[in-house]
Write a protein that binds this ligand. Structure first.
Ligand SMILES: Cc1cc2nc3c(=O)[nH]c(=O)nc-3n(C[C@H](O)[C@H](O)[C@H](O)COP(=O)(O)OP(=O)(O)OC[C@H]3O[C@@H](n4cnc5c(N)ncnc54)[C@H](O)[C@@H]3O)c2cc1C
Length: 306
């Protein structure tokens, strides 16, 4: 028998404030569970009632439809943000729950003089989202240090080795399996020199601030890097740096052409999608390259034409 989850679920929750893109409509059902048991109950409830569900972390790589999500959004946040550290001698194992901000994981590694996760300090997603996307920057990716991942699937807690996670460029096996809920990751990192680690973190942060529109709503790089090219350069070569179709607020960032931003948080998801598709078409006409969006669509009818 399904447990009573009514106390865990809110109705018609506007998702816009939860996202870094600052657009998007309501989740018909929304829950921020505080235990794995509750996640299981929520999924059972959704399945029993024919309701689709999706998981969100810090919603920094999603574009939520203006119509919202006609199902259950399970958001993993503070209640799933434990980090534990185990000393193995010259290295350490660091386990982090899915709702933990990736930047906090990176900070914890630095505090313990662990090297290899410096890049993670600048990525505004959660550990769960980072595993799902194989997040990375400045030559590093989470797959470099993940030894295992636990996830919930079919009511069971499963564990998989990092090597079996199917990590590729901004993807993992979880990208093909939206039913699985990532619960935690365990990483192994080597001990290094704390001063060098701190200075690399500061250097990467300065680089990011100098080159990316970090203070304007967006979902980070809008497009994946096409093989042999840089997305931002292709967009710029098409004359679209700083380009906007209208006054909606959706604009190609004047600072970095690989970012579509939502100035003032005024644009709707439709405005953003319209601009992204315009950019993709123009770049394809000019260069023959079809840019693949990195940002994931949640809800609505639009599908990226890949
Ligand atoms: C300013 C800015 C800079 C960025 N820079 C980078 C960068 O340098 N490198 C980079 O890789 N990314 C970057 N990003 C994108 C983003 O931060 C990463 O992709 C991040 O890993 C997404 O994590 P999230 O928690 O926000 O995931 P969300 O956006 O919440 O979700 C992304 C996808 O993962 C799924 N998901 C999330 N959590 C779980 C879970 N626990 N179980 C199952 N599925 C889950 C969601 O369903 C969704 O499909 C940037 C974004 C912004 C706004």
């Amino acid at each position: 028998m399904t447990s009573d989850v009514s106390g865990l679920i809110k109705r018609d929750v506007i998702l816009k404030p939860y996202t870094t893109f600052k657009c998007g409509g309501p989740a018909k059902y929304f829950s921020e569970p505080s235990s794995v048991g509750q996640i299981k109950d929520l999924i059972d409830w959704a399945k029993d009632n024919g309701i689709s569900y999706t998981v969100l972390g810090l919603a920094s790589n999603v574009l939520i439809s203006d119509d919202g999500f006609d199902g259950l959004v399970i958001r993993l946040g503070k209640e799933f943000s434990q980090i534990t550290v185990e000393d193995l001698g010259s290295s350490m194992r660091v386990s982090a729950e899915a709702g933990c901000p990736l930047a906090l994981f990176g900070k914890k590694c630095a505090e313990n003089s662990l090297t290899g996760a410096e890049f993670a300090c600048g990525i505004p997603g959660s550990v769960g989202g980072a595993v799902f996307m194989n997040a990375g920057a400045y030559g590093g990716e989470v797959r470099d240090f993940i030894v295992s991942v636990t996830y919930l699937k079919g009511g069971q807690i499963c564990e998989i080795s990092g090597a079996d996670c199917g990590f590729g460029y901004r993807r993992s096996i979880f990208s093909d399996d939206p039913g699985a809920v990532i619960l935690s990751m365990t990483a192994e990192l080597q001990k290094g020199n704390k001063e060098e680690i701190d200075s690399l973190i500061a250097e990467l942060k300065a680089k990011r601030i100098a080159s990316q529109p970090v203070d304007v709503p967006s979902a980070g790089s809008t497009f994946k890097r096409p093989e042999g090219f840089f997305a931002g350069k292709l967009v710029q070569d098409s004359g679209l740096k700083g380009f906007a179709l209208d006054e909606s607020g959706a604009r190609v960032s004047p600072k970095h052409s690989g970012f579509v931003v939502n100035e003032g948080g005024k644009a709707t998801a439709s405005d953003v999608i319209k601009l992204i598709e315009y950019v993709r078409n123009k770049v394809r006409e000019d260069s023959g390259v079809m840019l693949e969006p990195e940002v994931r669509l949640i809800g609505g009818d639009h599908k990226w034409n890949l």
